[in-house]
Design a protein around this ligand. Structure first.
Ligand code: LRH
Ligand code: MN
Length: 389
């Protein structure tokens, strides 16, 4: 077995997982959004908190924005603020799911006036990308229906295709459109982009700047997500990930918390295709809500969970695996993967952090920094950030 440690350390040192700005604000469920002390009041404070995660993990150098949750007067100034904090603004997320006009949909709405409004918002998001220097526009649509007969399933697909084509045409040379699918919620009969196949078909029609985003919480129970990963990778249409985990539906829990083995299997498929580093063209992001746990430590733990799953995947002996697969050695092949999965990679990650001048344990280092107490004391008054649902 060739020693894969040097290669693993090199990849782990360069890994970067984007944080969602909304993870630092208050969040919850329809039953309750719990407020936490010290929560940011604006996108500037959200970036400051995100910078803490990058400071201690060294693997979270960018922050995704969500519009209008992160609306500011001057996006170029916000991008400068991010740079001062040693992070950068990444993916721009549109929001066509919180306006009363969107009750029956946005880009798929039966009324052309509402579709116009939705597309104008998406075009505004591309303007923001021009200001922040972001490459990716991430589109998730809550669009769907709740009752059979409520609207034309194929008619809504026509509206969707037309709306996406207009946005696609507006993209700059180095900009991409990432289409995210989701099985259900908030719609409970049809969702207009419910699965990878629908997203893939629309992206194929749109062109080379359109790719599919896989949110790990957006599948029916039992769906083999790593198959979707392998398939879209093979097609060159995997644009990004929204990492989180779930026990039941779109729980948006910390990635790897509910099913670390699934996360490992996903990272294994990505490692096989050597697409883990930022220049791979795949946007690795967290999409989570820390409803009851402290938010900055929640993000730090999440980055560490991705790093641990990645390290295990990087230790898989690909040559031995290929040989066992070729020989039809079912148990042998499975054992190669399980050996890597059952490897304690925490010492290896502590080494990688030490070589980057970081503390071996990011959670302990952040806790010892006193930052949590500082923001609790400083952020008094003003309106805490949240989903504003
Ligand atoms: C939808 C989603 C989408 C975001 C939102 C915050 O469930 O995953 O990626 O816009 O969460
Ligand atoms: Mn998502």
């Amino acid at each position: 077995m060739s020693d894969r440690t040097p290669y693993a350390k090199q990849v782990l040192a360069g890994q970067s997982i984007e944080m969602p700005s909304w993870a630092f604000g208050n969040s919850g469920t329809r039953f309750k959004v719990f407020a936490q002390q010290g929560v940011p009041r604006d996108p500037y404070e959200k970036l400051a908190d995100a910078a803490q995660v990058h400071k201690y993990t060294g693997a979270a150098g960018s922050v995704a924005l969500h519009i209008p949750w992160d609306k500011v007067e001057d996006y170029a100034d916000l991008a400068r603020h991010a740079a001062d904090l040693n992070v950068r603004i990444g993916t721009i997320n549109s929001n066509t799911f919180q306006d009363d006009d969107y009750m029956l949909g946005s880009v798929c709405h039966p009324d052309a006036k509402i579709r116009r409004k939705a597309v104008d918002h998406l075009l505004e998001c591309v303007d923001i990308m021009d200001a922040t220097g972001s490459a990716d526009l991430k589109l998730w649509f809550a669009d769907g229906t709740n009752y059979p007969g409520q609207d034309s399933i194929s008619g809504r697909q026509d509206h969707l295709a037309e709306s996406l084509a207009e946005v696609y045409a507006r993209l700059g040379d180095h900009q991409r459109l990432l289409l995210e699918y989701k099985l259900f919620e908030p719609s409970f009969y049809t969702t207009d982009v419910p699965d990878w196949g629908t997203a893939y078909a629309h992206c194929l029609k749109l062109g080379p700047k359109a790719h599919v985003v896989i949110d790990t919480g957006h599948h029916a129970p039992g769906v083999n997500i790593e198959f979707i990963v392998a398939f879209l990778l093979r097609e060159g249409k995997l644009g990004g990930f929204d990492f989180n985990s779930r026990f039941y539906a779109d729980d948006d829990l910390m990635v790897g918390a509910a099913d670390p083995f699934q996360l490992f299997r996903i990272l294994h498929e990505l490692t096989l295709q050597d697409v883990l580093l930022p220049d791979s063209g795949i946007a690795y992001m967290l999409d989570q809500c820390h409803n009851i746990e402290p938010k900055i430590p929640g993000q730090i733990r999440s980055i560490m969970n991705v790093q641990e799953a990645t390290a295990k995947a990087l230790l898989v002996d690909h040559d031995a695996l290929a040989a066992a697969q070729q020989a039809g050695d079912v148990l042998g092949a499975n054992a190669v993967l399980m050996d890597a999965y059952n490897t304690d990679v925490r010492p290896l990650l502590a080494e990688v952090r030490a070589e980057k001048g970081l503390a071996a344990d990011p959670m302990a280092a952040y806790a010892a920094s006193g930052y949590a107490e500082e923001i609790k004391a400083a952020r008094v008054g003003g309106a805490q950030a949240g989903w504003g649902a």
